[in-house]
Design a protein around this ligand. Structure first.
Ligand SMILES: [Zn+2]
Length: 279
């Protein structure tokens, strides 16, 4: 582990270049100053606190708006039979406490409310009954909700847990969110808002499993920010099963890693030479 430091430090690796600086802006080439806005997509309420609790504190310190989208309602996540009927409400209160401790304002924390355990029933987009609390502009589904909130929040950068994960909800949310980024920047479904000017930058974080390939950004903070992250995660008192994850974070030290996702669009020219006779 690197030695303790007094001030937070960002280290970014970009095709052989190593950039080090005190802020994310200082290691970014496409930084948009006061236009910057971050969206954290959390399949379950605690995911982005576990994966990015230091990063969120630093973004709030630097006055960058941070929005949190909690995808599932947590209704299957009870560890105590006495909490079985009202676990969703208990977890909502814990979620608000956790992210506000990290510096995120209440109004920037949104609960999408998809039912835990069956989000595969909500892939894509389809008409919703008017009484459904999951109805947005007459439709429901993950792609409907993600497109609506992307066009509402208009983030410059998005962050979510890697799809290299054994939790099916993490993989499904990842797939649905990536295609929604394309929907949100196109002209499809005009009732969901004005298209984004471009596809937002996207980074993944690790929660349960390693990254599929090496991360590209490291954040290191003084130890007190790790204590603040752990204190925020401790708000999830009902989630007794996260002890192992919390122990892993504590022993890992005041560090977080992220991996930038590169959109590689099909370009036939890439394959021209492959089929030519070797000279
Ligand atoms: Zn999760």
């Amino acid at each position: 582990m690197p030695a303790n430091i007094e001030q937070p430090e960002f280290t970014r690796l970009v095709t052989g270049e190593r950039r080090v600086g005190p802020t994310l802006a200082s290691v970014s080439r496409s930084w948009q100053n006061d236009k910057e806005c971050f969206l954290m997509v959390s399949p379950h309420d605690d995911d982005v606190a576990l994966g990015a609790g230091l990063f969120i504190q630093l973004a709030c310190r630097d006055k960058i708006p941070v929005h949190i989208l909690i995808v599932t309602d947590g209704s299957m996540g009870y560890c105590d039979p006495n909490e079985r009927d009202n676990i969703a409400e208990i977890r909502q209160a814990e979620t608000l406490e956790c992210y506000q401790k990290l510096g995120v304002p209440r109004d920037n924390i949104t609960f999408l409310g998809f039912p835990s355990g069956v989000i595969n029933d909500f892939l894509g987009r389809f008409p919703a009954p008017s009484y459904s609390k999951l109805n947005i502009k007459g439709y429901t589904g993950l792609q409907n909700a993600f497109t609506w909130h992307l066009r509402r929040i208009r983030p410059t950068q998005c962050f979510l847990p890697t799809n290299n994960d054994f939790h099916p909800a993490h993989r499904l949310v990842y797939d649905e969110f990536l295609i929604s980024l394309f929907h949100a920047s196109g002209r499809i479904w005009p009732e969901l808002g004005q298209p984004l000017p471009k596809i937002s930058w996207l980074c993944e974080m690790a929660v349960y499993c390693d990254f599929a390939s090496a991360p590209t950004l490291r954040i290191q903070t003084p130890p007190d920010m790790l204590e603040a992250k752990l204190a925020a995660i401790a708000a999830f008192r009902s989630q007794k099963q996260i002890v192992a994850l919390v122990n892993n974070i504590r022993s890992g030290g005041p560090l977080e890693f992220f991996r930038a996702i590169e959109y590689k669009f099909y370009n036939p020219k890439r394959y021209y030479d492959l089929f030519e006779p070797k000279m």
